[in-house]
Ligand binder design. Sequence first.
Ligand code: NAP
Length: 327
Amino acid sequence: MDLNLSSPRSNASSNGGEQEEYVRVLIIGSGPAGLSAALYAARADLDPIVLTGMELGGQVSLTFAVENYPGFPEGIGGMELVDLFQKQAQRFGARIEFDLAAEVDFSGRPFRVKTQNGKQYLAESVIISTGASAVHLNVPGETEFTGRGVSYCATCDGWFFKDKEVLVVGGGDSAVEESLFLTRYADNVTIVHRRDELRAGAILAERAKSNPKINFFWNTVVKEISGNGAVKTVTLQDTKTGEERDHQVDGVFIFIGHSPNTGLFKGQLDMDKNGYLVVDNKMQTNIPGVYAAGEVADPYFRQVITSAGMGAAAAIQANHFLEENPL
Ligand code: NAP
């Protein structure tokens, strides 16, 4: 491949039908980490390009309200916050591309990233902020009824359950927060948790416990989801006695955690036993010039503000790296 690297800034060229572009900082993923990295890289005059992935804004764009991001004392809608992040990054020159990274090659610089739309980026540095995705229960009926009563997003699908009965699986902040949101629509929301104590923080837990529309099935797991075209029944099991029973519902919302979106980087970047990218305290992966930020590299905090902070740090570090390692 004939690469003209003499004038590296945002060079677009065609190579046998394949579109190629040279970029100083390529950001893969457009959640709070990616858009914050874009803001900082743009302000450092690095002309970053952001590949959005499937969902501009990532998980937070599906969140009804964000109440713990400083600067918004009354809270702010998830999509609205993403929109502000995006506008701020674009104001300083970040470019947002609605495309997905499909293949990466970090074996040498410039790093190569091929996208689903058939483009190849040659990047002097890369910031990975691909986030995490909802974990599935892996019970019979779950896949079959996804979109027909089974959902992983209350903000997206809650409206369909107006005056209906829904079950929420999980005991963490997501399960409780989304249950509270679902009470806007559903008649009754039952939280099914495998233990007898919520993992969710005290404020959310208290709000759920005092909400008359929310009740709990403790020490209970879902064994099967069934229906006829749409969800009708869940088979539940008591974890203490092993007893099974059927329960009639219209919807099942599953919030049992997330797993990092790192499949693309297997064999190239170091990961922990759960698949999270391993970074040092400067957001650097095992490959100099490749950084990771946000939930893809953070199994602990997973907050909008911590992801945004990691994104900013990654971009600051990428800037130092590019100054010290010119191509
Ligand atoms: P999480 O904290 O990991 O909670 C997952 C829940 O699902 C736990 O209660 C867990 O049970 C349960 N679970 C896991 N696997 C299961 C299975 N196979 N079957 C049944 N239940 C299962 O995940 P999350 O709620 O998505 O939260 C992720 C992170 O985001 C957390 O750090 C959370 O604090 C943060 N978050 C914060 C907010 C906020 O601050 N407003 C909102 C949403 C999320 P056990 O408890 O028994 O392990």
